[in-house]
Write a protein that binds this ligand. Structure first.
Ligand SMILES: *Cc1c(COP(=O)(O)O)cnc(C)c1O
Length: 360
């Protein structure tokens, strides 16, 4: 039997229907498409890291619970007393762990649209039904529509990115609270961009039996290490821990993140630089004719271009060596939109120059 016949027979139809997540090639380009921190580490930190690696054995399995690292994260992130902490190979893995633990026929994973695409994809992988409620004007939550969807679908879990990706905005805090209160299932506040925002739900942990907070080190500068975490009531996290593969956080990630957290001041400084560049970019974009930028509490800016030009401008910018993300076509409310990751001042200048020249 030819392999495509075997695939038709055995691979689940919902998997066959998914188009693989596409990552565009970036070699030789200024990379402003994936919300990475553009700054590397200072030489002294690199030397310390190299020394640490020299003394690290890789013939043994890692600490399955990464206890030392978890304790350090508790301190740095201010995890409230009495709350549990679970680590994932990126927060993507945590979304998968939650979905695996909650999946079942007719179980619903609820989110908003447009938002982080992995919610929908992972729901599909795990055989959950996905429902997405369209955001309102200015990408604000449509609270009535959310409450109606919660009533109708009784979601097992609701994911809300705060700030939202790819729109960059923070939803209204009281709207989120209403959603948490109205939800029969778990509500995950995804704070992937928390370092760039001035608000968090971390301090509300423990006040609601169905609230957990998820974060990642990726946008903070450690995307290559793959480390995310979930904080929340021990009863929930103990269940999720059963689904987690035993050695999901490898030795190199454990020791390297631990080193990075000992130098947290360095990462904080980089974050501050990115935040101030974001404000400068907003001011620069505001005076470009035909471009309108959405307010952002993240390390990227959603920019709307004159109608019908996103594809050409995206390609033109790439031609000039600058890679950003074209969102046109991914959702009706993202028509004509590009997502611009905030880079170094030099990278941002090159990005703006490319954008200006493609517009004229
Ligand atoms: C980037 C991102 C994540 C995933 O990050 P990891 O690299 O897997 O930790 C999760 N949620 C949102 C909203 C993101 O933008």
């Amino acid at each position: 039997m030819a392999s495509n016949q075997l695939i038709e027979r055995w691979v689940r139809p919902e998997i066959r229907a998914i188009s693989a997540y596409h990552v565009q090639s970036s070699s030789g380009l200024i990379k402003l498409d994936a919300m990475e921190n553009p700054y590397g580490w200072p030489q002294a930190m690199r030397d310390e890291w190299a020394e640490l690696l020299r003394r690290t054995d890789v013939n043994r399995y890692p600490d399955p619970h990464a206890d030392a690292l978890r304790e350090q994260i508790r301190q740095v992130a201010g995890i409230p007393e009495g709350m549990e902490l679970l680590l994932g190979n990126g927060s993507d893995e945590i979304i998968q762990i939650i979905a695996m633990a909650l999946a079942g026929p007719d179980r619903v994973l609820l989110s908003v649209e447009p938002s982080f695409v992995m919610y929908r994809m992972i729901a599909g992988f795990c055989g959950m039904r996905y429902e997405g409620v369209t955001l309102g004007a200015d990408f604000a939550l449509d609270l009535d529509a959310m409450l109606a969807a919660i009533e109708t679908h009784q979601p097992a879990v609701t994911f809300l990115a705060y700030p939202n990706n790819p729109t960059g905005n923070l939803f209204k805090r009281d709207a989120l609270m209403r959603i948490i209160e109205a939800s029969p299932g778990l509500v995950v506040i995804d704070e992937a961009y928390e370092p760039f925002a001035d608000d968090s739900f971390m301090d509300l942990l423990g006040e609601y039996p169905n609230l957990v907070v998820m974060r990642t080190f990726s946008k903070l500068g450690l995307a290559g290490l793959r480390l995310g975490y979930l904080a929340g009531p021990p009863a929930w996290l103990n269940e999720f821990d059963k689904v987690r593969l035993p050695y999901n956080i490898n030795v190199l990630t454990q020791i390297t993140t631990s080193l990075a957290l000992r130098h947290h001041a360095e990462l904080d400084q980089q974050t501050a630089a990115i935040r101030s560049e974001r404000e400068r970019l907003m001011r620069e974009l505001a005076v470009i004719d035909g471009v309108s930028a959405s307010p952002s509490a993240a390390n990227f800016i959603l920019a709307r271009l004159p109608a019908g030009q996103a594809k050409t401008i995206h390609a033109g910018m790439k031609e000039q060596g600058v890679l950003v993300k074209n969102l046109d076509g991914s959702h009706p409310s993202l028509a004509d939109c590009l997502r611009l990751t905030v880079g170094t001042p030099e990278e941002n200048a090159a990005m703006l120059a490319a954008l200006r020249s493609c517009l004229s």
